[in-house]
Design a protein around this ligand. Structure first.
Ligand code: ATP
Length: 240
Protein backbone atom coordinates (compact mmCIF):
# COMPACT_ATOMS: atom_id res chain seq x y z
CA UNK A 1 0.00 0.00 0.00
CA UNK A 2 1.02 3.64 -0.06
CA UNK A 3 3.99 4.30 2.22
CA UNK A 4 6.24 7.23 3.13
CA UNK A 5 9.73 6.44 4.40
CA UNK A 6 11.70 9.18 6.13
CA UNK A 7 10.01 11.87 4.07
CA UNK A 8 11.38 15.39 4.35
CA UNK A 9 9.44 18.05 2.43
CA UNK A 10 8.32 21.64 2.61
CA UNK A 11 7.69 24.86 0.74
CA UNK A 12 10.46 27.12 -0.57
CA UNK A 13 13.16 26.89 2.07
CA UNK A 14 10.80 26.03 4.91
CA UNK A 15 10.99 22.38 5.94
CA UNK A 16 7.56 21.16 7.14
CA UNK A 17 7.89 17.36 7.28
CA UNK A 18 11.04 16.24 9.11
CA UNK A 19 11.44 12.56 8.23
CA UNK A 20 7.94 11.13 8.29
CA UNK A 21 7.25 7.38 8.20
CA UNK A 22 3.64 6.55 7.41
CA UNK A 23 2.13 3.40 5.96
CA UNK A 24 -1.52 3.20 4.97
CA UNK A 25 -3.37 -0.03 5.68
CA UNK A 26 -4.06 -2.09 2.55
CA UNK A 27 -7.73 -1.93 3.44
CA UNK A 28 -9.67 0.28 5.79
CA UNK A 29 -9.05 3.81 6.97
CA UNK A 30 -5.70 5.26 8.00
CA UNK A 31 -6.33 8.55 9.79
CA UNK A 32 -3.80 11.36 10.18
CA UNK A 33 -4.49 13.66 13.11
CA UNK A 34 -2.57 16.49 14.69
CA UNK A 35 -2.72 20.14 15.66
CA UNK A 36 -3.23 22.94 13.13
CA UNK A 37 -0.20 23.48 10.95
CA UNK A 38 1.45 20.18 11.89
CA UNK A 39 1.80 19.17 8.23
CA UNK A 40 -1.15 16.82 7.68
CA UNK A 41 -2.32 18.39 4.41
CA UNK A 42 1.30 18.71 3.31
CA UNK A 43 1.74 14.97 3.85
CA UNK A 44 -1.31 14.24 1.70
CA UNK A 45 0.03 16.59 -0.98
CA UNK A 46 3.36 14.78 -0.87
CA UNK A 47 1.58 11.44 -1.33
CA UNK A 48 -0.47 12.90 -4.20
CA UNK A 49 2.61 14.34 -5.91
CA UNK A 50 1.59 17.98 -5.50
CA UNK A 51 4.49 18.76 -3.14
CA UNK A 52 7.97 17.39 -3.89
CA UNK A 53 9.88 15.04 -1.61
CA UNK A 54 13.22 16.56 -0.56
CA UNK A 55 14.56 13.42 1.07
CA UNK A 56 13.13 9.99 1.80
CA UNK A 57 11.02 7.75 -0.41
CA UNK A 58 7.43 6.98 -1.32
CA UNK A 59 6.08 3.60 -2.39
CA UNK A 60 2.82 2.37 -3.84
CA UNK A 61 2.98 -1.34 -3.21
CA UNK A 62 6.48 -2.34 -4.30
CA UNK A 63 6.84 0.56 -6.71
CA UNK A 64 9.00 3.53 -5.81
CA UNK A 65 6.87 6.56 -6.77
CA UNK A 66 9.06 9.23 -5.15
CA UNK A 67 9.87 10.91 -8.47
CA UNK A 68 6.56 10.18 -10.20
CA UNK A 69 4.55 13.28 -11.12
CA UNK A 70 1.06 13.85 -9.75
CA UNK A 71 -0.35 12.96 -13.16
CA UNK A 72 1.48 9.63 -13.21
CA UNK A 73 0.39 8.89 -9.68
CA UNK A 74 -3.22 9.45 -10.74
CA UNK A 75 -2.63 6.94 -13.53
CA UNK A 76 -1.23 4.53 -10.97
CA UNK A 77 -4.46 4.79 -9.00
CA UNK A 78 -3.89 7.47 -6.36
CA UNK A 79 -7.02 9.63 -6.16
CA UNK A 80 -7.35 12.77 -4.06
CA UNK A 81 -10.28 14.66 -2.62
CA UNK A 82 -8.87 18.04 -1.58
CA UNK A 83 -9.95 20.01 1.46
CA UNK A 84 -13.52 21.26 1.10
CA UNK A 85 -14.27 18.81 -1.70
CA UNK A 86 -13.96 21.31 -4.55
CA UNK A 87 -16.19 20.70 -7.52
CA UNK A 88 -16.02 22.43 -10.88
CA UNK A 89 -18.96 24.73 -10.07
CA UNK A 90 -20.05 25.62 -13.62
CA UNK A 91 -19.91 22.06 -14.88
CA UNK A 92 -22.88 19.77 -14.32
CA UNK A 93 -22.71 16.94 -11.82
CA UNK A 94 -22.32 14.51 -14.71
CA UNK A 95 -19.49 16.51 -16.26
CA UNK A 96 -17.76 16.62 -12.88
CA UNK A 97 -18.00 12.84 -12.66
CA UNK A 98 -16.67 12.38 -16.18
CA UNK A 99 -13.66 14.56 -15.31
CA UNK A 100 -12.77 11.84 -12.83
CA UNK A 101 -12.35 9.35 -15.69
CA UNK A 102 -10.45 11.63 -18.04
CA UNK A 103 -7.67 9.06 -18.32
CA UNK A 104 -10.04 6.33 -19.51
CA UNK A 105 -10.40 6.10 -23.31
CA UNK A 106 -12.94 3.28 -23.44
CA UNK A 107 -16.39 4.96 -23.41
CA UNK A 108 -18.18 1.81 -22.36
CA UNK A 109 -15.86 1.56 -19.36
CA UNK A 110 -16.54 5.21 -18.47
CA UNK A 111 -20.31 4.52 -18.63
CA UNK A 112 -19.87 1.42 -16.51
CA UNK A 113 -17.96 3.37 -13.84
CA UNK A 114 -20.48 6.21 -13.97
CA UNK A 115 -23.39 3.80 -13.42
CA UNK A 116 -21.51 2.09 -10.62
CA UNK A 117 -20.76 5.40 -8.90
CA UNK A 118 -24.35 6.61 -9.27
CA UNK A 119 -25.59 3.37 -7.76
CA UNK A 120 -23.28 4.17 -4.86
CA UNK A 121 -24.53 7.78 -4.58
CA UNK A 122 -28.19 7.65 -5.73
CA UNK A 123 -28.89 11.22 -4.58
CA UNK A 124 -26.60 12.44 -7.35
CA UNK A 125 -28.44 10.47 -10.04
CA UNK A 126 -31.39 12.88 -10.04
CA UNK A 127 -29.09 15.90 -10.28
CA UNK A 128 -26.86 14.95 -13.16
CA UNK A 129 -27.71 18.04 -15.23
CA UNK A 130 -27.47 20.50 -12.32
CA UNK A 131 -24.40 22.76 -12.16
CA UNK A 132 -22.34 21.31 -9.31
CA UNK A 133 -21.85 24.76 -7.77
CA UNK A 134 -25.59 24.95 -7.04
CA UNK A 135 -25.57 21.81 -4.86
CA UNK A 136 -25.48 21.92 -1.07
CA UNK A 137 -22.10 21.58 0.66
CA UNK A 138 -22.81 17.95 1.55
CA UNK A 139 -23.86 17.11 -1.99
CA UNK A 140 -20.74 18.78 -3.36
CA UNK A 141 -18.68 16.57 -1.08
CA UNK A 142 -20.46 13.53 -2.52
CA UNK A 143 -19.66 14.76 -6.04
CA UNK A 144 -15.98 15.01 -5.06
CA UNK A 145 -15.99 11.51 -3.61
CA UNK A 146 -17.86 10.18 -6.64
CA UNK A 147 -15.43 11.90 -9.02
CA UNK A 148 -12.48 10.36 -7.18
CA UNK A 149 -14.12 6.93 -7.44
CA UNK A 150 -14.43 7.35 -11.22
CA UNK A 151 -10.63 6.84 -11.23
CA UNK A 152 -11.23 3.35 -9.85
CA UNK A 153 -8.53 4.21 -7.32
CA UNK A 154 -6.10 1.88 -5.60
CA UNK A 155 -6.00 4.38 -2.75
CA UNK A 156 -8.06 7.44 -1.89
CA UNK A 157 -6.52 10.46 -0.13
CA UNK A 158 -9.19 12.48 1.69
CA UNK A 159 -8.38 15.89 3.13
CA UNK A 160 -10.96 16.91 5.75
CA UNK A 161 -14.14 15.68 4.09
CA UNK A 162 -16.16 17.17 6.95
CA UNK A 163 -14.76 20.70 6.56
CA UNK A 164 -17.48 23.32 6.23
CA UNK A 165 -20.35 20.85 6.66
CA UNK A 166 -23.18 21.21 9.16
CA UNK A 167 -23.19 18.66 12.03
CA UNK A 168 -25.88 16.54 10.34
CA UNK A 169 -23.96 16.50 7.07
CA UNK A 170 -20.75 15.64 8.90
CA UNK A 171 -22.37 12.40 10.09
CA UNK A 172 -23.49 11.75 6.54
CA UNK A 173 -20.01 12.39 5.12
CA UNK A 174 -18.40 10.03 7.65
CA UNK A 175 -20.95 7.31 6.91
CA UNK A 176 -20.13 7.64 3.23
CA UNK A 177 -16.38 7.48 3.88
CA UNK A 178 -16.84 4.38 6.03
CA UNK A 179 -19.06 2.75 3.43
CA UNK A 180 -16.45 3.49 0.77
CA UNK A 181 -13.73 1.88 2.85
CA UNK A 182 -15.97 -1.16 3.27
CA UNK A 183 -16.14 -1.53 -0.51
CA UNK A 184 -12.40 -2.22 -0.37
CA UNK A 185 -10.87 1.15 -1.29
CA UNK A 186 -8.05 1.93 1.17
CA UNK A 187 -8.40 5.48 2.48
CA UNK A 188 -5.91 7.92 3.98
CA UNK A 189 -7.98 10.43 5.90
CA UNK A 190 -6.85 13.78 7.28
CA UNK A 191 -9.45 15.12 9.71
CA UNK A 192 -9.88 17.80 12.33
CA UNK A 193 -13.07 16.14 13.52
CA UNK A 194 -11.17 13.63 15.62
CA UNK A 195 -14.12 12.20 17.56
CA UNK A 196 -16.01 11.21 14.44
CA UNK A 197 -12.93 10.05 12.57
CA UNK A 198 -11.83 7.81 15.46
CA UNK A 199 -15.09 5.91 15.14
CA UNK A 200 -14.27 4.83 11.61
CA UNK A 201 -10.44 4.74 11.63
CA UNK A 202 -8.51 1.46 11.65
CA UNK A 203 -5.03 2.97 12.11
CA UNK A 204 -4.16 6.37 13.54
CA UNK A 205 -1.12 8.60 13.17
CA UNK A 206 -0.57 11.76 15.17
CA UNK A 207 1.62 14.27 13.41
CA UNK A 208 3.10 17.07 15.51
CA UNK A 209 5.31 19.79 14.01
CA UNK A 210 6.11 17.60 11.04
CA UNK A 211 6.99 14.48 13.03
CA UNK A 212 5.03 11.32 13.81
CA UNK A 213 4.34 11.16 17.57
CA UNK A 214 2.01 8.17 17.57
CA UNK A 215 1.00 5.26 15.37
CA UNK A 216 -1.50 2.63 16.43
CA UNK A 217 -5.12 1.57 16.51
CA UNK A 218 -7.84 3.81 17.98
CA UNK A 219 -7.93 1.38 20.91
CA UNK A 220 -4.19 1.81 21.52
CA UNK A 221 -4.59 5.58 21.30
CA UNK A 222 -7.24 5.39 24.04
CA UNK A 223 -4.41 4.18 26.30
CA UNK A 224 -2.62 7.51 25.80
CA UNK A 225 -4.97 10.13 27.26
CA UNK A 226 -2.10 12.61 27.48
CA UNK A 227 -1.62 12.51 23.69
CA UNK A 228 -5.33 12.84 23.13
CA UNK A 229 -5.59 15.82 25.43
CA UNK A 230 -2.39 17.50 24.33
CA UNK A 231 -2.62 17.12 20.57
CA UNK A 232 -6.19 16.27 19.71
CA UNK A 233 -8.05 18.59 22.07
CA UNK A 234 -10.27 15.85 23.47
CA UNK A 235 -10.68 15.92 27.23
CA UNK A 236 -12.22 12.58 28.14
CA UNK A 237 -10.28 9.33 28.37
CA UNK A 238 -12.27 7.34 25.84
CA UNK A 239 -11.97 9.02 22.45
CA UNK A 240 -15.00 7.56 20.72
N1 ATP B 1 1.67 26.50 -0.17
C1 ATP B 1 2.32 26.77 0.97
N2 ATP B 1 3.38 27.62 0.98
C2 ATP B 1 4.07 27.88 2.12
N3 ATP B 1 3.77 27.33 3.33
C3 ATP B 1 2.71 26.49 3.38
C4 ATP B 1 1.94 26.17 2.21
N4 ATP B 1 0.97 25.30 2.57
C5 ATP B 1 1.14 25.10 3.89
N5 ATP B 1 2.17 25.81 4.37
C6 ATP B 1 2.66 25.82 5.76
O1 ATP B 1 3.01 24.49 6.11
C7 ATP B 1 2.66 24.22 7.48
C8 ATP B 1 1.82 22.96 7.53
O2 ATP B 1 0.60 23.23 6.86
P1 ATP B 1 -0.47 22.09 6.58
O3 ATP B 1 -1.61 22.70 5.85
O4 ATP B 1 0.20 20.90 6.01
O5 ATP B 1 -0.89 21.73 8.07
P2 ATP B 1 -2.15 20.94 8.60
O6 ATP B 1 -1.66 20.05 9.67
O7 ATP B 1 -2.89 20.31 7.47
O8 ATP B 1 -3.01 22.14 9.22
P3 ATP B 1 -4.58 22.34 9.39
O9 ATP B 1 -5.03 21.30 10.35
O10 ATP B 1 -4.67 23.71 9.97
O11 ATP B 1 -5.20 22.23 8.03
C9 ATP B 1 1.97 25.47 7.99
O12 ATP B 1 2.90 26.22 8.71
C10 ATP B 1 1.56 26.21 6.74
O13 ATP B 1 1.54 27.59 6.94
Amino acid sequence: MIRAEGVVAGYGKQEILHGVDVEALPSGITAIFGPNGSGKSTLLKVLAGVVDVWRGRLFLGDEDITRRTGHLRTQLGIATVPQGGRVFPYLTVEENLLMGAYLVRDRAEVRRRRDQVLARFPELASRLRQPAGTLSGGQQMLVSLARALMHNPRVLLLDEPSAGLSPALVQHAFREVQALAQTGVPIVLVEQNVRQALRIADRVYILVQGEVRFCGTPGELAGHPELIQLYLGIQNRRPA
